[in-house]
Design a protein around this ligand. Sequence first.
Ligand code: MG
Length: 453
Amino acid sequence: MAKYFGTNGIRAKLDVITPEFVSRMSFAFGVWCKRGKVILARDTRVSGPMLHHSALAGLISAGCDVIDLGVSPAPTVELMVKKLKADGGITITASHNPPEWNALKFVDKNSVAVSWERGEEVERIFEDPNVPRAEWNKLGKATEYKLAIDDHIAEILANVDTKPIKTKRPFIVLDCANGTGSLLAPTLFRKLGCKILTLNAQPDGFFPGHNSEPTPENLADLIASVKATGADMGIAWDGDCDRVIFIDEKGNYIIGDKSYALSVEIALSESREKKPKVVTTVATSDTIKDITRKHGGELIYTKVGGPYLAEEQIRCKAVSGGEEAGGVIWPALSPGKDGFATAAKILGHVCRTGKPLSRQINSLPHYYNSKTRIYCSAEQKFAVIEKLKLEPLEKGAESLTLDGLRVNSKEGWVILRPSGTEHLIRIFAEAKTPKKAKALMEKYERKVRELLK
Ligand code: MG
């Protein structure tokens, strides 16, 4: 089992993510990439420059030629790996974590994030003292590439129908959270034809505006700005900009699974395929199932985590991929989640249909959910779910065991998963009414508590 890799890269505080560690891990990744061409970038965190230099040194010592994007969003790296035909990419970013954290996010030559299963191979090289550094005359070269953000903007503009936006000239408030979004979002939205007001649009690794997790609390200023100015929409990104959160024209915070559902609706209505495929995680709302069914498409489930979505999107050539926290894949750009493309696509759809965001969201299929967490020992969190998998299902129910246990039944569906970071089991149930969702959750809570006795 991987020692350092989590679901999507290596994320920790600076006692683990030391310059020495980053240098060695980047060397190992460079070897894993066959000592080829690697794209490197970082977010705006204070520790970014220090770790960036370490990663650069590690990659060069592996013999990799490095294309250095400097401060850039993670989706920009994923796009550039594809565009510049690189063998891999590293983004130094801790996504939505507080400023004292940092992380390494790795993608392979197809821009697919490296899961912890594949991360094991990188760690084997990391641990092996016999893997040689490049000889002095085979060391890699580093080249700065300053046009990545411009290229990313151009690519999004080429994939969005900008005419309705330019005609309507909507007024949008952008909250860039002092992160890498500051470098791309204001230009993108001006070029799309919007009038904009920006908040926290100066890169600053202390995150003076608010922490980079786009929660309703952290976005209080954005919500107030949308209300005060009568804007058509507010938009905010997390720290690495793979996820995006919307505020509707009334100042309501739209949860990520709703904007994700709207993105699937857009992708499917734009698709010309007879039976378009959609990939999503096994923990995603049935809203996605309903939308996919409405368009005659096929829904394919994956384990929870960006790398699995990306792997599956490529494998089955899905027209859309994503997960409930508001991360959406637009395959024309890359198999990575792209918060800017999602924002531009949703804005384009709102302008084209003339229906404000609140109405778009309200017209989506709606479900209710109920969730809880049950603390237990590290062994129990796996053992209980394994035992539950063996229990007979009620009539008409079906189970999915891709990641934890999901049971689809007439009452709704429920998923039980061991936490990846804490000693607990999470239970999440969804149904057509709040009462049914609660009853379903409680039924499985009782089963778990019984098995823990
Ligand atoms: Mg993120």
